[in-house]
Each structure stands twice: as C-alpha cells, then as structure tokens.
Design a protein around this ligand. Structure first.
Ligand code: GUN
Length: 290
C-alpha cells in the first residue's frame, strides 16, 4: 500500500488561518497589531522570494509587516544599529534577519544582537539554551513545524525510535531536542555516521535535513516508518527545460512503497516554516503585552 502523503500545505494553511483569527483578537485587545520585522541584506534571489512570501503571509494573518532592506555591502555596524532600533521599537514583536548573510557579516554576532524575546526564529543562544533545558522560549520554525506534523499523525511519540539526519543549529539539533522532549529515543546522524542505512533502518520516525537530493533510499527505511523530508534541492534541468525539478533529501517515489506516511517536496515541511513564524510572532506579541 502506498504511503499516506502528509499534506503540510493544507496543515500550514489551517494554522495560518487560526493564527490570523487570534491576531485579530490580539489587535482588539491590545489596540495595535502584532508586528514582524524582516531584515534582508543584499539581493540573494531565493532570500528575496522568502522575504516576499513572509511579508504577504504576515499581512494576510492580520499582522504588521516591517521590511528593511540593506545593500549587499552594508557594514556590520549598520546592521547591528538597525537590529538595536528594532529591539527598542514597541511596534515590533518579532525580528527575523534573513540568512544567509553576505560573507563579510558575522551571522552569529547579528543573531546575538537580537533581543531573545523578539527572536521568533529561535536562533539566539538564549533560546537554544532554553530549549536544551526545557524552559519556554522560541523554537526554530522548521523543526517546530515538523513536530506539529508528526504529533498530528502519530499522537504520542513516547518510546518511538527517531533518527534525525543532519545536525544544523537551525534544524537537526532543535529537532532532536523536541523529539527527546516528546519521549522519543533519538539518534542524530550526520556526514560522519558509519553505516547510515543501518541507523536509519531502526527508525519509526525519520527526519531528513541534510540538503542532498534523494540521498535517503527506500531500502534504508523500516517498513511503515513516518518520514519527514526537510530537504529542498533542485535537480539539474532536463534537456528542453530551463529549471530542474525540486526534490527532497529522500527518494520520494521509492519511499512511498515502504513508509506509512511521508511529506512531499514541495508541499510538505516548507509551508510549515512561515506558518510557525507567524505563530511565534503572535506568541511574542502576547508576551510583550503581558
Ligand atoms: N533562511 C532560510 N530559512 C530561514 C529561516 O527560517 N530564518 C532565517 N532567518 N533565515 C532563513
């Protein structure tokens, strides 16, 4: 039987609607809209697309969107001064500096400058630390979105074997923390893991976040596993086309014959990221008013 498709696009649309309704209630109660500031440095085409989608989704969810664009050669002092202004601005509940930054800027220094209470990306060390010790803070949007899809599908994750492939600060590490908090037995695999197929084979839950097209093969999966594919990779263009297909980190067609359920690419995890960002921004707004 073919795996069920986990429809992240539909789930995210429902979450955005719910957050939009709650944001309207916030506005009624607070006399102002919840506000998200997005900072884009330079003209990276993919980042421009993301920032535009975030702006549209923010406005559609009854929140204020503040966009700040700096030239690619902006200095670190200029960017840090902007972050400081946003930290001090009571109309701004959440701040997101779009990554990657141009190479001459120190990403860690910029993230460290964001007030942890406005860090709706959950990238600040204070929020990473809060997650690590089980205190409430902001959790990175992509792994939190993956958890929502998993708990919606599986309910209680207690005792399940989860394998996270990838150890980035943005996805792999926080994903593992969240699964651990949900009482899964968690393994983090990465580029140096020996015999990855054997490790993946024991997983009831596989979260693939490595950024390598179709790397996880169907034969590696335990029958009836639940597969969350965070990867978005563009294949080389086929002859006669100008753009290659988008694929995940998992061989989707093959995995469909083995897994119980799997997220598609596109339309799986991707749409969840912005929906969770809006949710985090509304949480920040309520905390700022409290
Ligand atoms: N670039 C790609 N994804 C993200 C994200 O979730 N947050 C930020 N700040 N930059 C990104």
């Amino acid at each position: 039987m073919a795996a069920q498709v986990i429809d992240g696009k539909a789930f995210a649309a429902k979450l955005r609607e719910r957050v939009g309704r709650q944001a309207a209630q916030f506005e009624q109660a607070a006399g102002r809209k919840a506000g998200l500031a997005v900072v884009l440095v330079g003209e990276d085409p993919a980042s421009q697309v993301y920032v535009r989608s975030k702006h549209k989704a923010t406005v559609a969810a009854n929140m204020e969107s503040f966009e700040h664009r700096l030239p690619a050669d902006a200095g670190e002092a200029e960017l840090l001064a902007l972050v400081e202004r946003l930290n001090a601005d009571p109309a701004v509940d959440g701040i997101l500096v779009q990554l990657p930054l141009p190479g001459h800027l120190d990403e860690q220094a910029v993230i460290a400058a964001i007030s942890p209470d406005k860090d709706v990306d959950g990238f600040h060390v204070t929020n990473a630390g809060r997650l690590a010790v089980g205190q409430s803070g902001f959790v990175p949007c992509t792994p939190l979105g993956c958890m929502m899809l998993l708990t919606d599908r599986l309910g209680d994750l207690s005792g399940l074997e989860a394998v996270v492939i990838g150890r980035s600060n943005i996805v792999g590490k926080p994903m593992a923390q969240l699964l651990l908090d949900a009482n899964a037995t968690v393994t983090i695999a990465h580029s140096r893991t020996k015999d990855l197929p054997v490790v993946v084979r024991r997983a009831d839950i596989v979260v693939a976040a490595v950024g390598r097209a179709e790397m996880v093969k169907a034969e590696w999966l335990k029958p009836q596993a639940t597969v969350i594919d965070v990867g978005i990779n563009r294949l080389p263009a086929e002859p006669g086309t100008d753009k290659g297909r988008l694929v995940g980190d998992v061989d989707y067609a093959g995995a469909q014959g083995v897994a119980a359920a799997i997220t598609p690419v596109p339309g799986g995890v991707g749409p969840m990221t912005i929906a969770v960002l809006l949710r985090n921004t509304l949480v920040a707004a309520y905390r700022n008013e409290a």
